[in-house]
Design a protein around this ligand. Structure first.
Ligand code: 2PG
Ligand code: MG
Length: 426
């Protein structure tokens, strides 16, 4: 089926910032749209967002990205076979011509690539996850869901970025959400009782009014217990340290504790947390430039817990292969806009799989009502999904979409559950 037209427009994301939406219409009238999300804590090697600069909207307008789509991308894609995702993505990469998509913008490319994918599924008259599964047996992913936001998503109120839970005891996606809803509510009640409730951070997690990073972990355990679950075996903790945000060149500054640690010191601190708390997954434990630290941490903890690479791997197949060769991380975070196209995103996932890594398809801190990542996680059988917290509709739209996928006739073959985690859960 040929692409008949391609249109782009500026819409607004969950932080009220401009972003790019692309709509692809096929010759038979079916269509699909894709929206670029936006990170706040970004890896330096990610596909680059094209923003206008200047004073309007804090320099974040996307008129240049839209102009590139209209003038260059649309003429290139109109008339092409919409189901040739690999060919279209290769043409987009060649048209941009830069290693990190600086000319046309990773935001323009990812919105286009996702729109093409959606339009291909629409003309095949299949839900996206099913179109991607291509008849293979797939499962709903295990969700990691934020309870407290921190780091760059909460004005750096605490150093650690994401304090999340994983419902390790759940046997369906629906049950995982039920359990998480109770923990989220309990955490809010605990904060309210302490007089510490102050709204939510960028991804909907409770604002982290804590005196120490450990206090957030203690509160998380209390919330799990208050919700009636056994920490670890029923509901466990996942962290995104996002260490690149507070450290580089082997020096880490924990502002909350007013401490500076070297790479070994941060490793030791995190290993102590692994002993004291029921943590099953830890993302970016060291900064993206601290490869030796990531290897050392993975060697020390990778058999017990999932060690996730985000800023360090940036959804790049080549970087995943390099990491696997030296033993850094055992799980890859998969974000389409870090790569820039659907095909490159899939290649990173395939590289993770080939290395024996687990994988987590992930949203960004700046999101919209777009639910594509839920379909990617399910249809590609990624095993895990990270979307932010259990509040705000840009997050809930995704959790709710997973419930629709799980409950409709012809649903995937069950739920990945705790078996999707790398490392051995406690
Ligand atoms: C991350 C993401 C999502 P951001 O670091 O994993 O939490 O944040 O989109 O700001 O990079
Ligand atoms: Mg991260």
């Amino acid at each position: 089926m040929k692409i008949k037209s391609l249109n782009a427009r500026r819409i607004w994301d969950s932080r009220g910032r401009p972003t790019v939406e692309v709509e692809v219409t096929n010759e038979d009238g079916t269509s699909g749209s894709g929206i670029a999300p936006a990170g706040a804590s970004m890896g330096t090697r990610e596909a680059v967002e094209l923003r206008d600069g200047g004073s309007a909207f804090g320099g974040r307008d996307v008129q240049r990205a839209l102009a590139g789509i209209e003038r260059e991308i649309a003429p290139l894609l109109v008339g092409r076979d919409v189901s040739d995702q690999a060919g279209i993505d290769a043409a987009l990469i060649a048209l941009d011509g830069t290693p990190t998509k600086t000319r046309l913008g990773g935001n323009a490319l990812v919105a286009t690539s996702l729109a093409v994918l959606h339009a291909a599924a629409a003309q095949a008259r299949q839900p996206l996850w099913q179109y991607l599964a291509q008849g293979r047996t797939v499962q709903l992913p295990l969700p990691q869901i934020q309870i407290f936001g921190g780091g760059a998503h909460a004005g750096r109120r605490v150093d650690v970025q994401d304090f999340m839970v994983i419902a390790t005891g759940a046997s369906s996606f629906a049950q995982a959400l039920e359990m998480t809803a109770e923990v989220y509510r309990a955490a809010g009640e605990i904060m309210a009782a302490r007089g510490a409730l102050a709204g939510v951070a960028d991804e909907g997690g409770w604002w982290p009014n804590f005196a120490r990073n450990e206090e957030a972990l203690d509160t998380l355990v209390q919330a799990i217990e208050k919700a009636g679950y056994t920490p670890g075996s029923e509901v466990a903790i996942a962290l995104d340290i996002a260490a690149s945000e507070f450290g580089s060149k082997g020096r880490y500054r924990l502002a909350l504790e007013n401490q500076e640690l070297d790479s070994d010191g941060l490793c030791e601190r995190l290993l102590r947390w692994l002993e004291r708390y029921p943590i099953v997954s830890i993302e970016d434990p060291l900064a993206e430039d601290d490869e030796a630290g990531l290897v050392a941490f993975t060697r020390a903890a990778g058999d017990r817990v999932q060690v996730v690479g985000d800023d360090y791997l940036v959804t790049n197949a080549q970087r995943v292969r390099q990491a696997a060769a030296i033993g850094a991380c055992n799980c890859a975070l998969i974000k389409p806009n870090q790569a820039g196209t659907v095909t490159e995103t899939r290649a990173a996932l395939d590289a993770a799989r080939a290395a024996g890594y687990a994988s987590i398809v992930s949203a960004r801190s700046g999101e919209t009502e777009d639910v594509a990542i839920v379909h990617l996680a399910t249809g590609w059988n990624a095993g895990q999904l990270k979307v932010g917290s259990f509040a705000r509709s840009e997050r809930m739209a995704k959790w709710n979409e997973a419930l629709r996928i799980e409950s409709r006739p012809g649903a995937p073959a069950g739920f990945a559950g705790r078996a999707a985690l790398a490392g051995r859960a406690p």
